[in-house]
Structures are given as structure tokens and as C-alpha cells.
Design a protein around this ligand. Structure first.
Ligand code: GNR
Ligand code: NI
Length: 182
């Protein structure tokens, strides 16, 4: 298994629309395992392939308290949605920023392929429903900050760019990230 680097806003690669997976083969299973390792290490409750610069329709999630219930979805589709929910969201690609969104459905039914390419359907509510909608947005090149005002988004971008600059000139911090030292 391998821990992958997570792209951060405003990286333009996060705007890529992911392509459907044509065959759930060993390369996809390895991607799923690497994404789970990356998600657990972060730590996070979900991760889309887009965030690790792989532009295929794959996402993983685990909203269990013990972080021992990994879920993987290949070519996910929301086939039913119901209700509206307000939830505080964060994103590993927008580190340290949290804001309330009012745009999520409270309950969804998702159809996807599992890690063996077998179709399944899952009903989700609560945090899992919010998480799956957040991850599916990533596969469309969309971020939760896109639902905020332009003013907030600009402030967030400037804050992250400043933090990155400071991180970039800090030798110990650079060691912890796997950014190349040019
Ligand atoms: O770890 C994460 N927590 C979270 C909290 C509320 C709503 C969505 C999420 S997903 C996020 C991980 C992530 O960035 N996935 O793309
Ligand atoms: Ni995210």
C-alpha cells in the first residue's frame, strides 16, 4: 500500500472531471487500497480519486467511529434523493477550513460497482450521505468552497496560499510533506 499526496485548493487539477472506470481490475483495487490508506492517515472520512490526481470515478469513505468500515464506490450514481440537510463540511484539499452548507440532500440512494466490479445499491443518510455527495462533487471537479460566496472563497484561497508559502520556506515542514525540493 502507498500513501498518496493530496492536491490542495486552488490546484487546477482539482477541477478535472473524472472519467468512468471501464474495468474494475487490479490497478483499480490498488488505487482503492492506496486511497483508503491516504484517507485514514490524513485522517478523513472520505476521499475522491481526483484529490490524489487520478481522474477516474472512484471514491472511498468510512464514517464509522472506529474507522473500521471502509466503503469503496466505482462509477457511483445517485439514483434517488430526498430532503435537505445543513452540515458543517471540511475537505482535505482545503485544509483547516470548515463551513456550513445548505445544499445537500438528507437521504440518497447510490448505485455503484464494488471493488470486484459487482453492482450494488446503498441507502445513506446523516454524515455518510453528506460525505458521498461531497466526494461525488470532487469527481465533477467541484469543491465545497464553490457553494460559498466569492468573497469567502477568495479569502480562503489567500489564506491557504499564505500558509503554503510559509510551509514551503520551513525546512521541517517541507520534510513532512512529500513536495519535491527543487
Ligand atoms: O474528512 C472529511 N470530512 C468531511 C466532513 C464533512 C463533510 C465532508 C467531509 S469529507 C472530508 C474528506 C474529504 O475532503 N473528502 O473529499
Ligand atoms: Ni473533499
Amino acid at each position: 500500500m502507498a500513501k498518496l499526496t493530496i492536491l490542495e485548493f486552488p490546484d487546477p487539477r482539482l477541477r478535472t472531471r473524472a472519467a468512468p472506470v471501464v474495468a474494475v481490475d487490479d490497478s483499480i483495487r490498488t488505487l482503492i487500497d492506496d486511497m483508503l490508506e491516504t484517507m485514514y492517515a490524513a485522517p478523513g472520512i472520505g476521499l475522491a480519486a481526483t484529490q490524489v490526481n487520478v481522474h477516474k470515478r472512484v471514491l472511498v469513505a468510512d464514517v464509522s467511529q472506529e474507522q473500521d468500515r471502509p466503503l469503496a464506490f466505482v462509477n457511483p450514481e445517485i439514483i434517488e434523493r430526498d430532503g435537505k440537510t445543513e452540515a458543517e463540511e471540511g475537505c482535505l484539499s482545503v485544509p483547516g477550513i470548515f463551513d456550513k452548507l445548505t445544499t445537500r440532500s438528507a437521504r440518497i440512494r447510490v448505485r455503484a460497482l464494488d471493488r470486484n466490479g459487482k453492482p450494488f445499491e446503498l441507502d445513506a443518510d446523516g454524515l455518510l450521505a453528506v460525505c458521498i455527495q461531497h466526494e461525488m462533487d470532487h469527481l465533477e471537479g467541484k469543491l465545497f468552497v464553490d457553494y460559498l460566496s466569492e468573497l469567502k472563497r477568495t479569502r480562503i484561497r489567500k489564506k491557504l496560499e499564505k500558509e503554503r508559502r510559509e510551509r514551503g520556506s520551513h525546512p521541517a515542514a517541507r520534510e513532512r510533506s512529500n513536495a519535491p525540493v527543487i
